[in-house]
Write a protein that binds this ligand. Structure first.
Ligand code: ATP
Ligand code: MN
Length: 478
């Protein structure tokens, strides 16, 4: 459909046939005998080289062929004279769709820092790095849908606007149509949300899980894949205020089954990317190697493709929270007081602890289970001992927590008790509680932060660089 893309043209056998190229100029190079234009249309990391003869085009026209300009080039597809590509295009005609004034266009063919590129997020998809990331992001999203479809899951669309603050997963963004300058008040002076759009307080969702559970109690296996919002003021390289989450929820799955699914799922989608994003991954691998070339050999990270294959080919380490605490208590950094935060049964593991377990101790992805009930959500199923819950976190090297999940509490009385314990008004989630009254069933689910997965696969250090238009504190440009 539509004109042939550069990716397809690059794979075509050259027979002097007429071709039309449409894309953006990456570079123009003039030598004594020829003018070379490298054109890219985003369909592939590779540029196509188009060649003109000196004097073939007017100096005025050539002046507007600069980095960033958009062109239509007519020509013949021929075998390439130069090295590095098999085909090139002998130009017969050039049409400049849109020039890009070189004095003003910020993306010149030189190295730009990722921080600078974040300030020009409207243009950064035109760089090799970001176009590669965006293509990989697409392939991973496709692989996610394919995986669940192939495994009998139904894609459930959970609401973006919610009125329940039950998940407690993070600070919420308020949704309102009230006039902030003229807030309606009740008699005692509080804001009268009865006059707001929904007749009550509403927020952007922090997770689709609760509604996902409703779906699982009818369709057995569902998944959500949508945007989630957390107004957490965390300026880390792992948190966004708006991110995409994949949340499968399955009836008749216990914690073991949940772990098996989580492990199989991430392995399959990473394997899919390895198979379908070779060129982009190779590019990103070299980019990382380049970034680290000044580091001593023993401090360099393992090559990206090797890292991904390792995760696909090796079983994740599974252990309980209690076992993990024992390992941490016996660890060198603990004994030498190198950890910033104290270690002991009951603590919420901080990222330094998770990183020690994953990167130093096991050197592979880890699934931690059976966390203390106090540090986990109310809906997680209590273990027999009453002290721990059937939670599971999947921890990845360089990322930390990539998945958080659990078997859900399916017993009405126990769930209600926990609801009271954590101070949620049962009235606000009456519909959630009813699933435990009518045909309750053992069930489980988890949430995977899509950007953390993209971060892992692309090797990018900052989560702000794996989503087209990142949202974080004090930043909602574009
Ligand atoms: P963390 O401790 O890293 O903040 P969390 O415990 O708040 O994570 P969950 O509420 O379990 O995370 O959410 C499920 C998954 O969503 C996490 O495992 C992670 O991959 C992802 N995630 C959570 N918060 C964010 C965020 N602010 N930005 C991007 N991804 C996130
Ligand atoms: Mn969080």
């Amino acid at each position: 459909m539509g004109p042939l893309q550069i990716k397809e043209i690059l794979q075509t056998a050259p027979e002097n046939q007429a071709v039309t190229l449409k894309g953006w100029v990456r570079t123009k190079r003039e030598s004594k005998n020829a003018i070379f234009i490298a054109l890219n249309d985003g369909s592939t990391i590779h540029n196509i080289q188009a060649v003109a003869e000196p004097g073939q085009f007017s100096p005025e026209l050539l002046l507007s062929v600069t980095t960033g300009a958009c062109l239509k080039i007519e020509g013949q597809l021929v075998e390439s004279q130069g090295s590095g590509q098999t085909v090139e295009v002998k130009i017969t005609d050039i049409l400049v769709y849109g020039a890009a004034d070189p004095d003003a266009y910020p993306l010149q063919p030189k190295k730009h820092s990722l921080e600078f590129l974040r300030e020009i997020a409207h243009l950064r998809p035109r760089t090799n790095t970001f176009s590669a990331i965006l293509r990989i992001r697409h392939v991973l999203a496709f692989a996610v849908h394919q995986y669940y479809n192939d495994n009998g899951f139904f894609y459930l669309h959970t609401p973006v606007i919610t009125a329940s603050d039950a998940e407690g997963a993070g600070e919420m963004f308020r949704v309102t149509t009230l006039d902030l300058n003229k807030l309606p008040r009740t008699e005692d002076g509080a804001i009268n949300f009865k006059e707001d759009f929904f007749g009550r307080e509403a927020n952007l969702t922090v997770s689709g899980q609760l509604e996902g559970e409703l779906g699982a109690m009818a369709l057995s296996k569902i998944y959500t894949f949508g945007p989630t919002f957390r107004a957490e003021n965390s300026n880390t390289t792992r948190h966004l205020a708006e991110f995409w989450m994949i949340e499968p929820e399955m009836a008749f799955f216990e914690l073991e089954d949940n772990m098996d699914l989580a492990e199989d799922f991430v392995k399959k989608v990473i394997a899919y990317a390895l198979e379908h994003c070779k060129d982009d991954l190779n590019f990103l691998q070299s980019r990382l190697a380049e970034e680290e070339k000044n580091k001593p050999q023993n401090e360099r990270s393992i090559p990206l493709l090797e890292k991904l294959s390792f995760v696909v080919d090796n079983p994740f380490e599974r252990l309980t929270y209690t076992e993990a605490i024992d390992i941490l208590l016996k660890s060198k950094p603990h004994k030498e007081k190198k950890f910033q935060y104290p270690v002991g049964w009951g603590i919420d593991l901080s990222s330094e602890h998770e990183r020690y377990l994953v990167e130093k101790h096991f050197k592979k992805p880890v699934i931690l289970t059976n966390y203390p009930r106090e540090i986990k959500s109310f809906y997680m199923k209590l273990d027999e001992d009453g002290k721990t819950v059937r939670a599971m976190d999947v921890l990845f090297p360089g990322i930390g927590e990539i998945i958080g999940g659990s078997q859900r509490e399916d017993n009405y009385e126990k769930l209600l008790e926990r609801v009271h314990e954590v101070g949620i008004d049962p009235q606000t989630i009456w519909w959630y509680l009813e699933t435990r009254k009518f045909g309750t069933a053992p069930h489980s689910g988890f949430g995977l932060g899509f950007e953390r997965l993209v971060q892992f696969v692309t090797g990018m250090g900052n989560i702000r660089d794996v989503i087209p238009f990142p949202r974080y504190p004090k930043s909602a440009e574009f």
